[in-house]
Write a protein that binds this ligand. Sequence first.
Ligand code: AMP
Ligand code: MG
Length: 299
Amino acid sequence: MIRDDILALLRVPPETKVRLKDYDSGWAQTEEMKELGKDVIKDRAQEILAENLADLAAVQELLYADNRYAVLMVFQAMDAAGKDGAIKHVMSGVNPQGCQVFSFKKPSDEELDHNFLWRYMKALPERGRIGIFNRSYYEDVLVVKVHPELVERQRLTEDDQGKKFWKRRYEDINAFERHLVRNGTVVLKFFLHVSKEEQRRRFLERLERPEKHWKFSTADLHERGFWKEYVKAYEDALSATSTKWAPWYIVPADHKWITRAVVADVVTSAIRGLDLKYPELNEEQVQAINAAREQLNQE
Ligand code: AMP
Ligand code: MG
């Protein structure tokens, strides 16, 4: 398990102004970690990931049997920060029947004809399941904020589009998440924090390796040109929507092994912290089990 004091550094406290440059995207999060050195930290991260993957498989079974809580994991990041890889690795040991992944792209005409949360509501995990949002309703205060012309496509009323537009969106998101939490969904939000230099390296790698070409899109390079605007939009969103009930984690993402260890640890601990139990049988069910056993034994 990752020590609480280290996780606390990554968790955004409610109502604080986030500056991303205060968060390190590398492996040395503390002086102590720096002294231990990269090789030791990497070994430790890999151990933590392995331990958590085994535990996650077990607690997920219990989550499913208990059938009262759902878990929603929200992933947001700049391009090439490793969302897909983190999802793939962290969920690798989980029973696929207990887990659902949704990736959100540009909204369709039908989606634009509804309120901005509609398409995400339809994809929420049911009780007993882990739901993963690869991008989410946060795009509506990120890419849409960086490219305000996207707001026009949403065909909003005049009244809706005043000065308080973004503030209201944050409020709506907070209220939506509080509603989910009150109804038994644990909401965990991960911002995978990659540096601009590491993104450059990963884009180049995509260009150099034919099997990675499919992952490259010129649109990604275009968005990289808006890096500063995205940083600002992320800072605003993280500051406004890290709440007691649905906190953000700023996960260092320049090294995939640290990202995966953190995500696995946060989700496993969150599920372990729930009061999960196997459903208790009533007297009638116990009698039915005893009768069935007797019948089969006598055959
Ligand atoms: P990818 O994750 O590479 O498949 O890209 C998905 C694209 O869809 C990204 O460029 C996102 O910014 C974009 N996208 C996702 N959600 C929205 C949204 N609500 N409004 C506009 N664009 C979005
Ligand atoms: Mg992409």
